[in-house]
Design a protein around this ligand. Structure first.
Ligand code: ZN
Length: 336
C-alpha cells in the first residue's frame, strides 16, 4: 500500500499506518465528544441543583418569608368592639411583637404571647364594663411594623393608645412594671436601653424593615403635639396610682424614651412594660390568670378615670355589668 509506505516514510517512531491513524483520530474525537457531553451534563446538573436548593423549604438552604405590608397600601383596620355609638371613647390596645418576632423572653414564655393575653384580658374587661369602644392592633399571632400599630390608632381616631410589652434583662433580679411615654431622650439608662430593644422589632439581623421616617428625629417632629403628650402623661400617672397595691412597679414615676411605636401625631400613647420575663416572680405573675386580671383591672380603672376627666362622659357603663366599674372609677377620680 503506497499510502502506507508514504506514511511509513514520513511517519513517527511508532511507525503508524493508515488504520492506526484512523483509530487514533476517532478515539480523539470520541474523547472530545465525551468531554463536551460530560461538561454539558455537569452544567445541567449544577443548574438543577441550584434550583433545587434555592427552592423554599428544600435542601439545606432555606428562604425566610416574612409578610410585610404593601408600601403605601391602606392598613386593614381591625374591628372596633363595644358600643355602636361612635361618640364613645375608643381605646386601641397594642399587643407588642407577634409573628416572626417573639419579643423578649426565654424558654416557653414568649413576650408576643404574654402581650396578646394581657391585651385580650384588658379588652374583655373594658367591654364587660361597657361605655368604651375597643380595638386590638392584632388579635392573632401576626407581625405588624411599629409605625403600623400607631397608624391603626390614628386611622381609627383613637382616644387612647396602649402598647403592651414585657421586658427582659440579663439581670434576673430586675423586676417590676414600668409606664413609658414618648420622649426624644430616655429618662434613664434603662429607659433608653428598653426603647432601643423595643425599636429593634422593626429589624431583622440588624437590617431595618422600615425607612428613615421612623428615626428619632421624626419622633421629635411629632412631639410638637403637646396636647397628646400631656394626656398620655396624665393617663400614665393614673395607671401608677390605680395600680398601687395591685401591680409592683419598678419605678413610681413615669419613664420616657424614644419608642417608635408611640410616635403618633394626635393619639395620646403610652407603653406599658408589664414586667420582666427574665425574672421568675414577674414571669409567673404575667403567665397567671390572676396576674392578667390585676393588669386588666388596674388599667381599666385608669382608662375610665382618664375618660371621665377628659371627655366628661359618665364612667357608668351603658349596660349592666358584673364588674360594676362605675363606682370605682368615680371614687378614684376624686382622689388623685
Ligand atoms: Zn416588647
Amino acid at each position: 500500500m503506497p499510502g502506507c509506505s508514504h506514511w511509513r516514510l514520513r511517519g513517527g517512531r511508532a511507525g503508524p499506518n493508515h488504520g492506526a491513524f484512523m483509530r487514533a483520530a476517532s478515539s480523539r474525537l470520541l474523547l472530545l465528544l465525551a468531554l463536551i457531553t460530560g461538561a454539558a451534563v455537569l452544567f445541567v446538573l449544577l443548574i438543577a441543583a441550584d434550583r433545587y436548593f434555592a427552592a423554599p423549604g428544600a435542601g439545606r438552604a432555606y428562604v425566610l418569608r416574612i409578610e410585610l405590608p404593601r408600601a403605601g397600601g391602606r392598613l386593614g383596620l381591625p374591628p372596633v368592639e363595644g358600643p355602636l355609638d361612635a361618640s364613645r371613647p375608643l381605646v386601641v390596645i397594642d399587643a407588642g411583637h407577634g409573628g416572626h418576632d417573639p419579643g423578649a423572653g426565654a424558654g416557653q414564655l414568649k413576650e408576643k404571647a404574654v402581650t396578646l393575653a394581657l391585651a385580650e384580658a384588658l379588652r374583655d374587661r373594658l367591654l364587660a364594663g361597657g361605655g368604651v369602644r375597643v380595638a386590638l392592633t392584632r388579635a392573632t399571632d401576626r407581625f405588624l411594623l411599629l409605625p403600623e400599630r400607631a397608624a391603626i390608632a390614628r386611622q381609627l381616631k383613637a382616644d387612647l393608645f396602649i402598647s403592651i410589652h414585657a421586658d427582659s434583662s440579663t439581670n434576673p433580679q430586675a423586676w417590676g412594671a414600668t409606664l413609658y411615654t414618648l420622649s426624644d431622650r430616655g429618662s434613664s439608662e434603662e429607659a433608653t436601653r428598653i426603647a432601643a430593644a423595643e425599636n429593634r422589632a422593626d429589624t431583622i439581623n440588624g437590617v431595618a424593615l422600615t425607612g428613615q421616617s421612623d428615626s428619632v428625629s421624626a419622633i421629635l417632629v411629632d412631639l410638637s403635639q403637646r396636647e397628646s403628650a400631656a394626656q398620655a402623661e396624665e393617663f400614665a400617672r393614673l395607671v401608677l396610682r390605680e395600680g398601687g397595691g395591685r401591680i409592683d412597679f419598678r419605678e413610681r414615676s413615669i419613664q420616657s424614651a424614644a419608642f417608635i411605636v408611640l410616635k403618633s401625631a394626635d393619639v395620646p400613647s403610652v407603653l406599658f412594660e408589664a414586667g420582666y420575663l427574665s425574672n421568675a416572680g414577674d414571669a409567673a405573675r404575667l403567665a397567671s390568670p390572676e396576674g392578667r386580671a390585676a393588669f386588666a383591672e388596674v388599667t381599666d380603672r385608669a382608662i375610665r378615670v382618664h375618660f371621665a376627666r377628659r371627655l366628661a362622659i359618665p364612667a357608668a357603663a351603658t349596660r349592666p355589668s358584673a364588674v360594676a366599674p362605675a363606682p370605682v372609677a368615680t371614687g378614684a377620680a376624686t382622689g388623685d
